[in-house]
Design a protein around this ligand. Structure first.
Ligand SMILES: *Cc1c(COP(=O)(O)O)cnc(C)c1O
Length: 368
């Protein structure tokens, strides 16, 4: 089976280095909030071009802690996309705030700034764009609206380490940004992890306290916080991954451009669109088709894994029934949820394997 993301191959490629590092790590006796986390935070902030990075337990917590540090809570509204992983909106709801969904752009699949303004109310506190599938959202338009209405911008960059918008790193484009190190993310570890990035010293200090029980120093607690730290073990693994991520992202981009060249012109497929301002890192390679069912069935039969990201837009999730959205309210997101599917995309996919996947897709005989 050619899998969507080959984690075994990825970590195999780092195995010798990691085993060496694990040896001294075991002997060190320091497993929580030690030198590896501090080193990772420093180098992560530098790579993003922000002043501070604070390691936390996972990407969802990164969003919750960022919202909390921004003072967003009960009854506040946050405008976000319905076309993302559930955690984006879940984090808003966890704070007692209300996610307000704006429809997405049919080509980039990201939050469409044209739909945001009409949703702004006196209770709106922030806009939370997602850089979906590794492609940065239209941040100039989003930031302009935020500035005009005095809103914060919280980037959900969980799928987008190394993505760029007009030459600047995703994660440096808003008030605060959140990343996930879940294993399948383009920068992932062998478990859960996350990080919050900002250049605002007050926000950084708040997140730093919140992740550790609201504690500025041992056994003194200024606020009600969380237990959400990044483990030393994961920071150690991520430091090794950081040495390789640029090369991995380049490899993803070159595979993406090969897919696009070879699949161009097939009338039954819609290929990803990368705007001039964006450098996508192709966390996922998603293509669209009205014939998703037969195409994915054929790929499966040929030994190629596919995945649907995402089959149900967030405004139609059962968990959000109480918000009162109806089918038809956000037509672009709803249509994408019936059409898009991912095919294998990871830095260890060989060109021979990719050629095989391409040949299966080319051999498809359209129903139309
Ligand atoms: C993965 C992901 C999250 C959540 O990250 P976890 O580390 O799994 O908690 C949030 N938002 C988006 C867009 C994601 O892809």
């Amino acid at each position: 089976m050619l899998v969507l993301s080959d984690l075994a191959r990825q970590f195999q490629s780092m195995k010798d280095e990691l085993l060496r590092k694990f040896g001294s790590f075991i002997e060190s006796g320091a497993y929580i909030m030690g030198e590896h986390v501090a080193l990772l935070e420093k180098s992560f902030a530098e790579r993003i071009g922000a002043s501070y990075a604070i390691g936390v337990g996972n990407g969802t917590d990164a969003l919750i802690l960022a919202l909390d540090a921004c003072g967003i809570g009960e009854g506040d509204e946050v405008i976000t996309t319905p076309y993302t992983f559930f955690a984006t909106a879940e984090a808003i709801s966890r704070r007692g705030a209300i996610p307000v969904f704006a429809d997405v752009d049919p080509l980039t699949y990201n939050l469409d700034p044209a739909h945001i303004e009409a949703l702004i109310t006196p209770r709106t506190k922030a806009i939370m764009p997602v850089h979906l599938f590794g492609q940065p959202a239209d941040m100039d338009s989003i930031n302009a609206l935020a500035k005009q209405y005095g809103l914060l911008v919280i980037e959900d960059a969980c799928q987008a380490f190394g993505a760029q918008y007009k030459g600047r790193q995703a994660g440096s484009l808003g008030t605060v940004a959140c990343f996930s190190f879940f294993p399948t993310k383009n920068l992932g570890t062998m478990g859960d992890g996350g990080i919050v990035v900002t250049s605002d010293p007050e926000l950084a200090a708040k997140v730093r306290q919140l992740r550790h029980h609201g504690s500025p120093r041992k056994y003194y607690h200024d606020t009600i916080g969380y237990n959400s730290r990044l483990d030393e073990l994961h920071a150690l693994i991520l430091l090794s991954a950081m040495d390789r991520i640029e090369q991995w992202n380049e490899q993803r981009r070159s595979l993406a451009s090969r897919y696009c060249q070879q699949l161009d012109g097939l009338p039954y497929l819609q290929l990803p669109y990368e705007p001039e301002a964006a450098r996508s890192v192709y966390h996922l390679f998603c293509i669209g088709s009205e014939e998703r069912e037969p195409i994915t069935a054929m790929l499966r039969a040929a030994g190629v894994q596919t995945g649907v990201y995402y089959p149900c837009p967030l405004h139609l999730q059962k968990a959000y029934k109480h918000l009162g959205y109806q089918t038809g309210d956000l037509p672009v997101a709803e249509q994408l949820s019936t059409r898009l599917f991912a095919i294998p995309m990871h830095p260890f996919l060989t060109t021979a394997e990719q050629d095989y996947i391409i040949s299966v897709l080319q051999a498809y005989r359209s129903l139309n």
